[in-house]
Design a binder for this molecule. Structure first.
Ligand SMILES: Cc1cc2nc3c(=O)[nH]c(=O)nc-3n(C[C@H](O)[C@H](O)[C@H](O)COP(=O)(O)OP(=O)(O)OC[C@H]3O[C@@H](n4cnc5c(N)ncnc54)[C@H](O)[C@@H]3O)c2cc1C
Length: 414
């Protein structure tokens, strides 16, 4: 049986179990393009390679299980209200794609544009936030500045009392922002890839590259060598490990980033609330859990756990902002490994190898960019040249100094 072929019309109403959305194949000896890592970014890259460029002799190689990395661990916030023009362009391209994606992928992955509030707790926060709103408006990104009273109207359960330790002095609000069900997004891309005949190969770790001069000719894997015309690296928190096998040193550091969910609650939280200053962000999943995240653990690590004190601080901040959560039980916590660059912006572009392309450094915020990453990586792999949207995000910015410093507007401080 070829389980990948769900009929187009069935998806919105009776979606199939993830195991039946794609074929489980063995690797072929060679492909036109190999994508390393079957997270959202890798799957979206393969999808747009087929859809936008007609390239379907493609394998996506995944060392674990499909979308079991950060794609399975993130807190699903989608927004495009970043400060700099370059960031606004790529994140807004992603948001516009998200708006049509359920229909395009024929899969209801619960994309919910419930808005995102980014809180300000100090006068400097207020100035930075208002500056960002003005920048967003100039870039055609929806965004407004709300006073504490206006914040309370959007999110009545939020404590905007001036008596708290870090009072809410206002917030930026992006109404078109929101959340989506991350695992369903991955499955939706995977099913479409499968229907194009793309091989999605799990438990196949890339351990190195085959090279000839400054060309990559294939990949070494735990399931044998595979020849490849072009290779796209979308390995998220492990990018520097992989690049290291070529002697390529990336400007990224890998950190654990944690999140947790509460027990199920009635619908109480209408939007998404984030605070860089007290380091917590909260939304409510469709099923009812409160989904909460914090800042990165400050040390480098590949342990997908993280430290308890980060969770303690995150919970203290959450309970002060949302007193009604004080008695909610934590159901589970987890961590992912995120790769962080010095300017809190991603690296998407060329490498010293002419047919090896890299996408990494998304830190705490790459889920929201998933469709745009796929779009520009597919362009890069298909044409060998950067798309205008990712050109500013090349590795060379760390030598030219043309940094895109998004520390203030990146999700949580890192
Ligand atoms: C707790 C947490 C909360 C987050 N919250 C948000 C959020 O709310 N909004 C947002 O926009 N972003 C968020 N992020 C960030 C976001 O999840 C990542 O930036 C994004 O998922 C990275 O791209 P990806 O989906 O392809 O990564 P991944 O899903 O990690 O994909 C990379 C894949 O590569 C595989 N891989 C690695 N090395 C190899 C190898 N050698 N061979 C083969 N396969 C390999 C991994 O197993 C993995 O499956 C969060 C991350 C975490 C951890």
């Amino acid at each position: 049986m070829r389980p990948g072929g769900a009929s187009a019309g069935s998806a919105q109403t009776g979606q199939q179990h993830a195991d039946h959305l794609w074929r489980h194949t063995d690797p072929k000896p060679s492909y036109d393009a190999v994508v390393v890592g079957a997270g959202g970014h890798g799957l979206a890259t393969a999808f747009y390679l087929a859809k936008n460029h007609g390239i379907t002799n493609v394998a996506v190689l995944e060392r674990g299980w499909l979308a079991g990395g950060n794609m399975a661990r993130n807190t699903t916030i989608i927004r495009s209200n970043y400060l700099w023009d370059e960031s606004a362009a790529i994140y807004e391209h992603a948001l516009k794609l998200w708006e049509g994606l359920p229909e395009e992928l024929d899969y209801d992955f619960l994309f919910s544009q419930r808005g995102v509030l980014n809180l300000a707790h100090t006068q400097q926060d207020v100035r930075d936030s208002r500056r960002r709103v003005y920048a967003n408006q100039l870039n055609g990104v929806d965004g407004e500045w709300l006073t504490p009273d206006e914040v309370a109207k959007v999110c009545p359960i939020l404590n905007v009392s001036p008596e708290t330790r870090y009072p809410v002095l206002g917030a930026t609000y992006q109404p078109r922002a929101g959340i989506a069900k991350h695992d369903h997004v991955a499955w939706a891309f995977a099913r479409q890839c499968d229907q194009y005949g793309i091989d999605l190969i799990q438990h196949c770790e890339v351990t190195g590259f085959l090279t000839s001069g400054n060309r990559v000719t294939g990949v070494r894997t735990t399931r044998g060598d595979i020849a490849a015309g072009r290779v796209a690296m979308t390995a998220a928190g492990h990018s520097s490990v992989l690049a290291g096998t070529l002697g390529l040193r990336l400007p990224v550091q890998s950190h654990p980033l944690q999140a947790l969910v509460s027990e199920l609650l009635e619908p109480v939280h209408p939007t998404v609330v984030m605070s860089n200053h007290v380091h917590v962000y909260v939304s409510q999943a469709h099923k009812g859990e409160l989904v909460m995240g914090a800042g990165v653990d400050s040390y480098n690590s590949y342990g997908q756990r993280g430290s308890v004190h980060v969770i303690e601080q995150q919970m203290a901040a959450a309970v002060e902002l949302f007193p009604i959560f004080a008695r909610a039980h934590v159901l589970r916590t987890w961590g992912g490994i995120v790769d962080v660059t010095p300017d809190a912006s991603p690296v998407i572009g060329l490498t010293p190898y002419e047919n090896l392309y890299i996408n990494c450094g998304w830190g705490t915020g790459g889920f929201k960019a998933t469709p745009a990453v796929g779009w520009v990586m597919a362009h890069l792999v298909a044409t060998g040249t950067p798309h205008a949207l990712n050109e500013p995000f090349g590795l060379d910015r760390f030598t030219t100094g043309a940094l895109i410093d998004e520390h203030g507007a990146a999700a949580v401080a890192h």
